[in-house]
Design a protein around this ligand. Structure first.
Ligand code: SF4
Ligand code: SF4
Length: 170
């Protein structure tokens, strides 16, 4: 990640939250034909991002878990799913399952993941910036820029593209 972006990310404020919320609302209402290529922007930013020097998602946000995640990781750890749930899983009032600790129990000192190959699907997908529904997810995108400097860089690129489109029509 370029230091220039990291500095902006570390200094995000409540006002930025409101501004990005407004931007993502505008983006979600824009015609799909005006959208830049989702995968291109995501790849450009992540090719310039060193997640091992960050790991903020693993340090601050408990990963959601599916039943499949639990089966796969329990098998890898050679414990029963029941034992895994008891040791590592939190269930909220809506029945949503997540890892029960931050920083994550599977995060190593060097910021790598000790279960990387079989990590939860939510970890693979975060920050969801390559998802085809990215332009429509207002709250999640806004929250994620506060967790992830790459998500901020991606939002900034989207803002530039959308603003240029608007300017070119004037
Ligand atoms: S917060 Fe974003 S940039 Fe940092 S490790 Fe997670 S995905 Fe990578
Ligand atoms: S399972 Fe791995 S990738 Fe997911 S939060 Fe924990 S350390 Fe990070």
């Amino acid at each position: 990640m370029k230091p220039e972006n990291l500095n902006r990310w570390e200094n995000l404020t409540k006002a930025d939250y409101k501004n990005y919320l407004a931007f993502f609302k505008k983006l979600s209402a824009a015609p799909k034909s005006q959208s830049p290529d989702i995968e291109t922007i995501h790849s450009e930013v992540f090719s310039d991002t060193d997640c091992l020097s960050c790991a903020n998602c693993c340090k601050t946000s408990p990963a959601l878990l599916t039943k499949e995640d639990i089966k796969r990781i329990s098998k890898h750890l050679q414990i029963s799913t029941k034992e895994f749930q008891k040791k590592y899983v939190l269930e909220d009032v809506n029945g949503e399952l997540s890892l029960n600790n931050v920083p994550c129990q599977f995060l190593l000192q060097d910021n790598s993941c000790s279960i990387y190959e079989i990590r939860p699907e939510a970890c693979r997908q975060f920050p969801h910036t390559h998802d085809k529904d990215y332009p429509r997810r207002v709250i999640l995108n806004t929250k994620n820029i506060f967790v992830c400097p790459a998500a901020l860089a991606i939002a900034e690129k989207w803002e530039n593209v959308i603003n240029n489109l608007i300017l070119s029509k004037k």
